[in-house]
Design a protein around this ligand. Structure first.
Ligand code: THU
Length: 131
């Protein structure tokens, strides 16, 4: 699948964001090593701290879909409110759990920016193999 199509899945997901408090809509799409795509949007709550980001909801969708296909090749993130829209720190750690290799964001000029997860997103990270 082309990178643009994966970003399109993130754009589609952002349309379903539940963000009445921040009004910051986000969509994320995870591509697994086997080629499956799982999307998520942010879901906020009247108890503000319970908001869940699009990236973590996409990871949850992936975990539910197939226990044998939980290796993340890349995640694409879109927000109409910000380009680039980078994953927050909590989401970086959750994506790390599933071996995410790359993050793709919009560059704000109609193009995409590809970042190495290990080098640019979460260097020197803690992960499951440490335990
Ligand atoms: N948010 C995401 O869903 N993903 C990001 O990468 C950044 C932030 C959400 C959380 C909250 O619902 C809103 O955006 C504002 O922080």
């Amino acid at each position: 699948m082309e990178l643009d199509e994966i970003m399109d899945a993130a754009r589609e997901a952002a349309k379903n964001a539940y963000a009445p408090y921040s009004e910051f809509h986000v969509g994320a799409a995870i591509l697994t090593e086997s080629g499956a795509v799982h999307a998520g949007c942010n879901v906020e709550n009247a108890s503000y701290g319970l908001a869940i980001c699009a990236e973590r909801n996409a990871a949850a969708a992936m975990a539910l879909a197939d226990p044998d296909d939980r290796e993340i090749r890349l995640v694409a993130v879109h927000s109409p409110g910000a380009a680039p829209c980078f994953p927050c720190g909590a989401c970086r750690q959750v994506l790390r759990e599933f071996g995410c290799e790359e993050v793709v964001v919009e560059d704000g000029n109609g193009g995409l920016r590809r970042l190495s997860f290990e080098r640019d997103i979460l260097p020197n990270s803690f992960g499951p193999e440490a335990l």
